[in-house]
Design a protein around this ligand. Structure first.
Ligand code: N01
Length: 543
């Protein structure tokens, strides 16, 4: 075990959030080290390398905006980037900004414990590192904990198993195999069409059908990209003033119910043909008014019926248990079409649940399936999972997990009362997963960097959310969520996919613009809602 010199900042994670935090804080003259479990940068894009994995935010929007040099020096090849291309982009960023030397890979942070006498964080890792730092920044991402559901008999299965969120680095070849996929969220919907092309037979085990819109992915035209680069700053500035942080998305600025049936049909049809999740913001009230929402949901239900030839399969694939968008809408390439293939079969495990995994496959209440491979596209313990996987303790040795036993509370989704100088990038209570993550990550990193600079200038030792400000923010987050249809879906947004997880709507639905304005107001008010404690005259570093 090595005891090392004190750091200013420990950053946990080296995805988009971690690498920008490292760059930004290092350029403020701070000693920063990032720890990363994987062997490369990328975060969620490092782990999720299943067939078909690609982003559902347009590439030109899904890149860093803080450096003109970076955006000019990179050429995206497709409208929606593949996982591999995003990883290449992040490596390019790490090269350009010379980040590698301050990232320690294949190192999992196990514990971060606040030492009250010194006011520093003691961080320990699974490789035996023991460091202390004044600030601890979680850049662990929202979708990093990928547990496989505890199916009885899983350990007896003799075939190969995969989780989409922990896909192997070497290519997986399903040729000639009978493959089972459990789960039909965004990951399943992307993977299923490609697995179907390879496998001899594919059995899709569906508990809940999901709404999905076509991606209409396409190669980007060089002239168009060049023109975009020229106006990139403008596009990014505009993205920051929108609800979702996407420059490419537009909304008809009134209720869907104010449009005539023909107008609505034309609007939805044009968005369906254009492709992408921008479908969900066609009208201003699709996530606020159930009747308006039904018009969009009915449009997609009809598309499913028109696409899927077998009426029984089409009906099974048709979502009826949640408003469209209350579970994140999927963006696909030939998902519904895949169920017209002779080698693909849909099995409803809502009406006949999975009983157990057997030595040779999977058994539901209705029957047994022999499978060579099982793919779990069963999702994540979202937002709180990656944080709760570490032993994080604040004042009085109180574990974060314990503080969050009834649900996560964080002021602005950034800081937790009782955990001084700990920052969460895109934590629960911030727009995070309801926005273009890159735009939200940049805003959080810049808020944190400004805050640390301001503390340095004013001689403050600790920075901590007050309980009153945190409670008021959590109440506001809940209030905003209740004005929408989001809480009506049994989604990972509310932790419904993890047995025993408290049902709390975690992301902030108020939008990127409103959230940014609130943060600016907090700063203008001298970091209103935060308690800043002066540095003691003699502050010894611990080792
Ligand atoms: O996970 P999910 P995901 N038995 O939780 C089913 C982002 N993402 O990995 O709905 C049977 O959405 C579960 O069924 P149900 C994106 O934000 C982005 O697909 O709980 N089934 C559901 O069908 C996304 O929303 C991109 O009834 C079980 C599925 O597994 C988020 O990641 C691509 C089960 C899980 O769906 C998560 O997506 C991929 C069980 N015991 C992911 N447990 C893009 O950018 C779970 N299920 C495009």
């Amino acid at each position: 075990m090595s005891d090392e010199a004190p750091l200013d900042v420990v950053v946990i994670g080296a995805g988009f959030a971690g690498i920008y935090a490292l760059h930004k804080l290092r350029s403020q003259g701070l000693a920063v080290r990032a720890y990363e479990t994987g062997s490369d940068v990328g975060g969620t894009w490092y782990w999720n390398r299943y067939p078909g994995a690609r982003c559902d935010v347009e590439s030109l929007d899904y890149q860093f905006g803080f450096s003109d040099e970076l955006q000019r020096g990179w050429n995206w090849s497709e409208r929606f980037a593949t996982q591999a291309e995003i990883l290449d982009y992040l490596r390019y960023v790490a090269d350009t900004l010379d980040l590698w030397r301050d990232i320690q890979f294949e190192t999992r942070v196990q514990a971060a414990i606040f030492d009250e006498p010194s006011g520093r964080w003691r961080v320990t890792t699974d490789t035996g590192d023991r460091v202390n730092a004044r600030f601890c920044i979680s850049a662990v991402g929202c979708l990093a904990a990928a547990p496989v559901a505890d199916f009885p008999g899983l350990d007896t299965y003799r075939g190969e198993t995969y989780h989409t969120g922990r896909w192997p680095h070497q290519a997986v070849d399903f040729t000639g195999k009978c493959v089972g996929v459990v789960g039909t969220g965004s990951s399943g919907v992307q993977a299923i069409p490609l697995i179907a092309e390879q496998a001899r037979e594919l059995v899709v085990f569906q508990r809940s059908p999901n709404f999905s819109v076509p991606a209409v992915n396409r190669p980007l035209v060089a002239d168009w990209v060049d023109a975009y680069k020229e106006r990139f700053a403008e596009e990014r500035a505009r993205a920051k003033t929108t609800d979702f942080g996407n420059a490419a998305w537009t909304t008809v600025p009134h209720s869907a119910l104010e449009a005539s049936v023909d107008e609505r049909e034309a609007e939805y049809e044009s968005r369906w043909r254009e492709g992408g999740a921008g479908f969900m913001i066609a009208y201003a009230d699709l996530m606020a008014n159930k009747q308006a929402n039904d018009t969009a949901a009915d449009f997609i239900r009809r598309k499913i019926r028109e696409t899927v030839k077998d009426p029984e399969t089409a009906e099974l694939l048709t979502p009826r248990d949640h408003p469209i968008g209350a579970k994140r809408i999927c963006v696909d390439t030939d998902y519904f079409e895949t169920f017209n293939r002779d080698n693909v079969r849909l099995v409803d495990v809502r009406s006949a649940p999975i009983e157990r995994i057997t030595e040779t496959g999977l058994r539901t209440v209705a029957g047994e399936f022999e499978l060579d491979c099982l793919v779990f596209a069963t999702g994540f313990d979202a937002m709180t999972g990656p944080l709760n996987a570490m032993d994080i303790r604040g004042r009085g040795g109180v574990p974060l997990k314990e503080r969050w036993a009834e649900g996560p509370g964080a002021y602005l989704g950034l800081a937790v009362c009782g955990f001084p100088n700990l920052f969460l990038i895109t934590g629960p209570g911030s727009p995070s997963v309801l926005s273009n993550m890159v735009v939200s990550i940049e805003q959080h990193v810049e808020f944190i960097a400004d805050c640390i600079a301001a503390m340095g200038a004013s001689g403050c030792a600790t920075f901590e959310a007050t309980q009153a400000a945190q409670d008021a923010w959590v109440e506001h987050v809940n209030h905003e969520a209740d004005l929408t249809l989001f809480p009506q879906g049994n989604s990972w947004y509310v932790g419904a996919n993890i047995p025993g997880k408290p049902r709390v709507f975690m992301p902030y639905t108020g939008g990127v613009r409103a959230y940014r304005e609130k943060c600016e107001e907090v700063v203008a008010g001298g970091y209103a809602g935060f308690q800043l404690t002066p540095a003691p005259a003699d502050k010894a570093a611990i080792n």
